[in-house]
Design a protein around this ligand. Sequence first.
Ligand code: 28G
Length: 646
Amino acid sequence: MSTDLTANATYDASNIKVLKGLEGVRHRPAMYIGGTQSDGYHHLFKEILDNSVDEALAGYATEIVTTLQKDGSLTVEDNGRGVPVDVMSSEGKPAIEVIYTVLHAGGKFEEGAYKVSGGLHGVGASVVNALAEYTVVDVFRDGKQYRIEFSRGNVTKPLSVVGNAPKGKQGTKVHFMPDPTIFDEGLRFESSKLRLRLREVSYLVAGLRLVFKDEIHEKEEVFFDKGGVASFAKFLAEGEELLYEKPILLQGDVDTVSVDVGLVHTKSYNTGLVTYANMIPTGNGGTHLSGFKTAYTRAINAYAKKSGLVKDKDLELTGDDLLEGASCVVSIKIPQPQFEGQTKGKLLNPEAGTAVSKVVYEKLSEYLEENPRVSKIIYDKAQRAAQAKEAARNARLLVQRANPLESDDLPGKLADCQSENPAEAELFIVEGDSAGGSAKGGRDRKFQAILPLRGKILNVEKAGLSKALKNAEVRAMVAAIGAGIGGTQDEAHFNIEDLRYHKIIIMTDADVDGSHIRTLLLTFFYRYMRPIIEQGYLYIAQPPLYGIRVGKSKSSEYLFNEEALKKATAAAGERSYEIQRFKGLGEMNADQLWETTMDPTKRVLKKVDMRDASYAAQIFDELMGQDVQPRREFIEENARYAQLDV
Ligand code: 28G
């Protein structure tokens, strides 16, 4: 049974305008979804999910189920009211068709307009339709099940009733497949990225239940939390020891801006701060973040004076001191957000700053008054942070006093290169003395320097800066790199201009120990020499797992994974071949190491990319904890932040 709800005559002329709009989307997808790489691909999911979330924010949907199908397509289903299906008199077409085929000018793609209390949802649907190979929308409404189908912006099956809705069932179900001719080759939905957004949304919309069914990996997961951003802050602090159990929630509305802040303090030395405007992550902060920092700092200092926690009335702790070990989530909703740049990384609205500042000052002051025990804990921690900062400053001066440009002061185990031109100089940081020896023997000393590290380096995440600066391996790296050492707690003591090498290459084994050392090194660079990552100067060497020599060939081909090995043996066919398995860097002789891993014309380097750094930073903390499992997951996940650079 299938009833066509519109007369065919209404399609034809009226569709021409519609198609023009969506053709524009297909012609310049980047303008609408940011790009045609993985982020753009996953943006389609976010748009559809947002529509369901809006229906939840409007007070109708309570559950959203996302299913990653075996064939890579995606289904999102909510239990809201169902997209309206009645024919709009202005267009002569069902509302749902209009929503999916008319590009909404002035919608969130152009200005980022966001109607907080519902009413504007559906805006991204037409963009998704335009960029999908197929989109099938089922609506459960008034006891019926309706369906309409699209492909690449066009209606392929007009709206019809396909049957009765199961008893009591209401809502919208969207099934779509991104158009492979639009996106970069080989892209697929990644469970990790879908889960990241679902988790985020479950915290940003307290009480909304988000189910993820991963049919590829046959897993199901429910994201649900009543605690909102307070739980989010606690989640981001996972793996760290909390200074008090219950995270702090600060909420309030100022005019049309609504403010939600979650806050918890841990024993760690790092600050985790994530901000959102209308559920969009603002990785570069903006007015809401500034408003938070000022009000937070003022509220605590004022309370400390008033309550007698501070003896010296003039002594004010800085925001950085007060935020050491804190994990904070700032989420605001604002009718007309203004973002800087295309990536929406930074919020510009001045009224957002005022609103956050007002809510945080008032509500935090109130909280501190009512919770003197917690207030004292927070203040004591910040005082210790201020003292440690002083100690670190002294220790840092000691390390820096040795002028790294005079080779006498370079660490003894560094085999430096001849070139003094950073643009061509490379520093290999090598795990273990034996690999270090091979690297020294195999390198091109003109431009390649070798710094062997002995055993495991200090976990800077647990030790903190002043201890780290006492560690011999850390000091050797700081001296060799030559640009000082920074940190999130203090003024910039790292100067990228002084960098002695524009390629810093971490060379560790492909085993668990190697991964661990690599993780520790990444943490170190991330925390204390971040500009090196930001500028794209940090790399990971990829030693091959196998070498294969086919037939009478004199040279080996190097293979980096099992799959490549399979391909190579298949390609060898009838010819004889010889496979060599490399167990570790230390087992390669100098020539082999040069040939496989160091020779710029043959080697494979992964560039460490920190585009996702603001979120990664949060996850980073958690992963550096004591648990082996999350750390292992990190090592796998970390591949997402590294790009292949041959
Ligand atoms: C499953 C994946 C994506 C949605 C709704 C519900 C309504 C709606 C969506 O209306 C048009 C414009 C302003 C009212 C609203 C239903 C009011 C009454 C809705 C979704 C009509 C859009 N009944 N659920 N759109 N508005 N879920 N999920 O897309 O005036 S989109």
